[in-house]
Design a protein around this ligand. Structure first.
Ligand code: FES
Ligand SMILES: [Fe+2]
Length: 406
């Protein structure tokens, strides 16, 4: 029997670059009619760098946690989307972010995390910088034994600083320097959390040395990790255990703001071990104790707020098909770090590890699917994929806005 329909024609929808305006046009439709970002948004190094410069670079992106800088006078090199960056913690514990490049001949300044005496020496000609970026020493700059030159101004040859902000132990940067103030960026989410907690309580979340850290590597584009985080639609298939205690029908889409969307649960169950539970935020309303919310802060930061724990996760995109996920789990109040709660912390850390690991095959499978010419953007569930559609529209808008500015 012959089977030959128009659907089998090789229209090659996933092949070739798609202009930013055309992407926006196909995404910015009523959700039932919209198509998502094209395959090339996920499969090429060109679009990866485009994401860096036009989507991530123009906004606030998380690139690290303060606890990675173990002591005062510490420097931490970070590779972020093929950019060498340097996070420093000075003698006064001020955190700054710089381009990790010497102002002289462009040598990469620091290769490894290092504690130091407050100075960083370039390995090439030994120009030395303070951790606030100032150029402090330029040996033999004016000739052998002469370290200055009358026409050379050290003050304009310091390290190039990047706009940054520390928030709840997380270090954010805005590469372009043009994003809205950080406080405005996080305000909608913080306001929506006002029903649960005060800002003072948020500051009382603590990190444990050994039961707060998770790192996972996924072979997928960073955007697929965002998309997966935004929806609960996959719960029954991907997280059967979680779905048993926090089922799909007890989830809801969060309010969508310009740079945030996500999902919430009505059936978060606090862990109980040995008849004990972790300390909870005192003002968290009793009737909402089973609520938890999981907003993403675009482009690369995920939050999870619960009465007794918070997590912050950020994505470190390595290349167009590799992303490292860094997670910190925070527990509420000093007491939560006591030995009596060690088992609780370990258990929560293990269960988040399992949940995040369960997601890996899904995002990697979506990445693999984007090599197919039989797909380019797909479809959205009008009910379940609203946050995902919102993210696609945001990305497409960023790309189109920046291409208009060219
Ligand atoms: S390149 Fe750094 S001192 Fe010359
Ligand atoms: Fe998931």
């Amino acid at each position: 029997m012959q089977h030959d329909t128009d659907n089998t024609a090789d229209k090659r929808p996933g092949i070739g670059p798609v202009p930013a305006e055309a992407i926006l046009q196909r995404v910015d439709q009523p959700i039932a009619l919209a198509t998502g970002l094209p395959n090339t948004s996920y499969t090429s190094n060109t679009t990866f760098l485009n994401d860096r410069d036009k989507v991530i670079g123009n906004n606030w992106a998380c690139i690290g946690f303060v606890d990675q800088l173990a002591t005062s006078n510490f420097a931490l090199p970070v590779e972020f989307m093929a950019l060498p960056l340097l996070i420093t913690r000075d003698n006064d514990d001020v955190i700054r972010v710089f381009h990790n490049v010497c102002s002289h001949r462009g040598m990469k300044l620091a290769e490894k995390p290092c504690s130091n005496n407050g100075a960083l020496r370039c390995p090439y000609h030994s120009w030395t910088y303070r951790l606030d970026g100032a150029l402090r020493a330029t040996p033999n700059l004016g000739g052998y034994g002469e370290h200055n030159h009358p026409e050379f101004d050290r003050n304009v040859n310091g390290l190039k600083e990047i706009r940054s902000r520390v928030w709840l132990n997380a270090i954010f940067i805005n590469l372009s320097g043009t994003a809205q103030p950080f406080d405005e960026y996080v305000k909608p989410v913080l306001q929506s959390w006002g029903k649960f907690l005060s800002l003072d309580s948020l500051e009382q979340f603590k990190i444990s040395d050994s039961e707060s850290h998770l790192t996972l590597t996924v072979k997928s584009n960073w955007k697929l990790a965002v998309e997966n985080f935004l929806e609960s639609y996959h719960l029954p298939a991907v997280h059967p255990e979680l779905n048993r205690i926090s089922p799909l029908d007890k989830h809801y889409n969060l309010g969508m703001f310009e740079q945030s969307a996500g999902q919430g649960s009505l059936s978060y169950t606090r862990l109980e071990l040995n008849n004990k539970q972790l300390p909870v935020i005192p003002e968290w309303p009793a009737e909402q104790i089973n609520k938890a919310e999981y907003p993403a802060l675009y482009p690369n930061t995920f939050l999870g707020i619960h009465a007794d724990q918070l997590f912050i996760q950020y994505l470190q995109p390595i290349d167009h098909q590799t992303t490292v996920e860094h997670v910190r789990i925070y527990y509420f109040g000093e007491q939560s770090l006591d030995a009596e709660f060690a088992e609780h912390r370990r258990s929560l850390q293990n269960s988040w590890q399992s949940v995040f690991e369960e997601d890996i095959f899904a995002v990697e499978g979506m990445q693999a699917g984007r090599a197919s010419p039989g797909y380019s953007g797909g479809a959205f569930s009008p009910a379940m994929d609203q946050p995902t559609h919102h993210f696609h529209k945001w990305v497409a808008t960023q790309l189109a806005a920046d291409s208009n500015a060219d």
